[in-house]
Write a protein that binds this ligand. Sequence first.
Ligand SMILES: Cc1cc2nc3c(=O)[nH]c(=O)nc-3n(C[C@H](O)[C@H](O)[C@H](O)COP(=O)(O)O)c2cc1C
Length: 194
Amino acid sequence: MEIIALPSPRTEGPLTLEETLRARRSVREFAPDPLTQDEIGQLLWAAQGITDPRGFRTAPSAGALFPLEVYAVTGDGVFHYLPAEHALRQVLAGDVRPQLQAAALGQESVGEAPLVLVIAAVPTRTQARYGEERGLRYVDMEVGHAAQNVLLQAVALGLGSVPIGAFSDARAAAVLGLAEGEIVRYMLPVGRPR
Ligand SMILES: Cc1cc2nc3c(=O)[nH]c(=O)nc-3n(C[C@H](O)[C@H](O)[C@H](O)COP(=O)(O)O)c2cc1C
C-alpha cells in the first residue's frame, strides 16, 4: 500500500530531559482529536528513528540487529514505520482500535487514544546470534528502551501515554495482521490528556 513521508523530526524542544522525566505519568484518558503528522512522526522517531549514518537508532540494540518493528494505529488504519525512510507504509485500512482494545482485555485507553503505537519484534533476528533465551531477553530490553523513549517524547510534546502490557499476544498479532515470527510486545496509546 501507500508510502507516507513523515515530517523531519525536531531535535530541540521546550522541556529539559530532567523536566520531562519529572513530568512523566501514565495517562489513560485522552481527548478524541487526532494527532498531527508532526506529532506522530516525532513519536515514531523517538521509538526507532535513525540517528547515525551506520543506521543506529534512538534506542540501543543488542549487536545492532534491530529486531523491533513499530506500528502506528489510528482511526485511518494501521501503518508500519520505516526507519530508513522516516516514513509510514499503510498495511491495513479502517479503524481497528476497537479490536485492539478487545485484544487488550477491553482497556479503554487503547480504544480511545487517537494513536496507539505498537512495538512488535522479530526475535529470530537477535536469537540467531545470541541464542533463544538470551536473544529474547535482549529483545525485551530493547522494547523497554524504545517504549520509554516514546513515553518521554509524549511528555515533551505535551501529550500523554501509558505502556500497555496486558493483552492477548495472539489476538493483538491477528488484529495487526502480523507475519509468522513477529510478536507484539507493547501497546502505547498516545493522545492529549483529557
Ligand atoms: C510492563 C508494564 C506493563 C503495564 N501494563 C499496563 C496495562 O496493561 N494497563 C495499564 O493501564 N497500565 C499498565 N502499565 C502502567 C502501570 O500501571 C504504571 O506505570 C504504574 O501504575 C505507575 O504509574 P506511572 O506510570 O504513572 O508512574 C504497565 C507498566 C509496565 C511497566
